[in-house]
Design a protein. Sequence first.
Length: 158
Amino acid sequence: MIMVVAALVGIVTGTAAVIRVAAGASAVTARMKEKMANITELSEMHARLGKAVSARQTFGALTNCTPVSINSLVRECVPGAGTDDSRDNRRELAGGWILREREVTLTSVSFADMLALAAKAEAQRPPWQLVSCTLRAGDGKTGIGQAQMLFQALEKSR
């Protein structure tokens, strides 16, 4: 009888130990998963940093460091249209860089012309990047309406 009790105590103790080890293992597994997620996030941040450094070197090597006027691109891409409203913001960044933002609102324009304007602006060196665009249908023809576009460009002061 004593041997049976001793065997049962041994089984219960062994089972409790296995449960404790299993609980500890799941906690370790959770910490490992968290650390792997952190490593993945850091790796993605490193890749973005590499792209940013490469872009900075490319922009720094440009001989023309001032973006083309958005108004001249509007005149070129949207015949007969003038800007109804236009805002130009400049913000000084580190290392002599300037962030330029240009918001343009046009009414009664062809949406196809607005797409051509966006493509032309992004093809410039240094490029303008279309950050946001809102198109509203007009009262008249299909494909004609109001467009509000926000462009950004980096400029290097020399």
